[in-house]
Design a protein around this ligand. Structure first.
Ligand code: PXP
Length: 257
């Protein structure tokens, strides 16, 4: 069954709207763990729009499962990661004007730089993941860099309109996960997943971790953080049950609203 890593960035987004101390993403991380999360993820952006440096340090102290640090593969962030030493560093692309991480990282187009950054993090004792679109050349590039994990960007799937378009995007994720595993890589997935669209992705063979943030925080505003995380854990468990009998495509057609 896929593990759930809860991204708590948007708890900090609400706090930063007023530049005060509440709500505290560290408190959210503790509740997420109590509700069954297998890991906590945060993204320290270069513009510090939500998570702050002090949050990362406090999370490092408090998180009892695993702390994953999403960041751009740039010197400033590599230095911070070497000091904080999270369980896993997740390289993502970053553009200042974007609302959220828009596409996957272009590992193939920046091979030397990303390979060096990957080695540097691994030598400092951290696992490394690359966040990429489900494309053959990017998967092969991640392999060349020697990253420990790749994370398939599920945004195109999540944003696809209508069942047929969603099936097309789901197929790319299935094929990407299968190819990456054939090359001996470990595969995670995330972005834009929610209680409705998570089932087919969680049912893809071999997916190890799902990294989910916005929909959990959005749901938590209405039903509470503990319940929002628990419902996602239950959805992933349901996908695991369904996958014993149905393909991800069938799950999309019959069980995913
Ligand atoms: N995985 C990665 C690499 C991301 O950058 C993000 C967004 O920060 C997520 C997963 C989670 O996406 P969402 O907030 O849409 O669930």
């Amino acid at each position: 069954m896929a593990k759930l890593c809860v991204n708590i960035d948007h708890v900090a987004t609400v706090r930063q709207a007023r530049r005060i101390t509440e709500p505290d993403p560290v408190a959210a991380a503790v509740i997420a763990e109590l509700a069954g999360a297998d890991g906590i993820t945060c993204h320290l952006r270069e513009d510090r729009r939500h998570i702050q440096d002090s949050d990362v340090w406090r999370l490092r102290e408090v998180v009892k499962t695993r702390l994953n640090l999403e960041m751009a593969a740039v010197d400033e962030m590599l230095e911070i990661a070497e000091k904080v030493r999270p369980y896993m560093v997740m390289f993502v692309p970053e553009r200042r004007q974007e609302i959220t991480t828009e596409g996957g990282l272009d590992v193939a187009g920046n091979l030397d730089r990303i390979r060096d950054a990957t080695k540097r993090m691994q030598e400092a004792g951290m696992l490394v993941s690359h966040f990429i679109d489900p494309e053959t050349r990017q998967i092969e590039a991640v392999k060349k860099c020697g990253a420990d994990f790749l994370e398939l960007h599920t945004g195109a799937y999540a944003n696809a309109c209508g069942e047929e378009a969603r099936l097309v995007e789901l197929k790319k994720l299935i094929d990407g996960a299968s190819y990456a595993q054939k090359l001996g890589m470990r595969v995670n997935a995330g972005h834009g997943l929610n209680l409705r669209n998570v089932l087919p992705v969680a049912a893809i063979d071999g997916i190890r971790e799902l990294h989910i943030g916005h929909s959990i925080v959005a749901h938590a505003v209405l039903v509470g953080f503990e319940r929002a995380v628990r419902e996602m854990v239950e959805a992933i468990a349901r996908a695991d049950m369904l996958a014993r009998k149905y393909s991800p495509e069938e799950i999309l057609r019959y069980f995913s609203a």
